[in-house]
Design a protein around this ligand. Structure first.
Ligand SMILES: [Zn+2]
Ligand SMILES: [Zn+2]
Length: 168
């Protein structure tokens, strides 16, 4: 069979690329699309993330299905990623365990978000730690405000107990 020179070069490249361990099993079209997406992402990372968030909100079911497909296809890597996070953030995980235990025993009661007042019955409320060394000292925040706080977009007033200490 006769093939054009360009095509042969491309086919040769594809064959060699497919043999490289990092891309084995991936289709070349996929690689090209990923390269284009990466380029577009780095042209405007902020905008790309904002567009992605809007798309996700508008296509929640499709986004969740895509997440499930990604997990099914990359289970090992996803689990390894989470295991690494847990190893590196042991103190945070331990504080979370103490909070969960505290809620079960009734030592802690999940309150409304202290920023917007969202109630635990309506919205998922997180326990935020200002100091992971004091796992029972928590600030209750809805997921949105908790994310904003950790992104540096939000600033909380000192907790009531801290304010009392400051006043003496
Ligand atoms: Zn909130
Ligand atoms: Zn937090």
């Amino acid at each position: 069979m006769l093939t054009g020179g360009r095509k042969t070069v491309a086919a040769g490249y594809a064959r060699r690329a497919a043999r490289r361990p990092s891309v084995r099993g991936k289709r070349q079209t996929g690689l090209r699309i990923n390269a284009r997406r990466r380029r577009r992402y780095w042209q405007d990372p902020e905008g790309a993330r904002a567009r992605r968030r809007r798309w996700r909100r508008a296509n929640l079911e499709a986004a969740r299905a895509a997440g499930r497909r990604h997990y099914a296809a990359n289970r090992g890597r996803v689990l390894a990623y989470h295991a690494k996070y847990r190893r590196r953030n042991r103190h945070k995980i331990d504080a979370q365990i103490v909070v969960k235990a505290g809620i079960i025993t009734g030592d802690l009661v999940r309150g409304p978000c202290e920023v917007c007042g969202a109630h635990p019955s309506q919205r998922r409320i997180h326990a935020h730690h200002e100091d992971y060394g004091h796992p029972l000292e928590v600030r209750w925040l809805c997921v949105a405000h908790h994310n904003q706080l950790h992104a540096g977009m939000l600033c909380l007033l000192p907790a009531a107990a801290t304010r009392r200490k400051m006043l003496g």
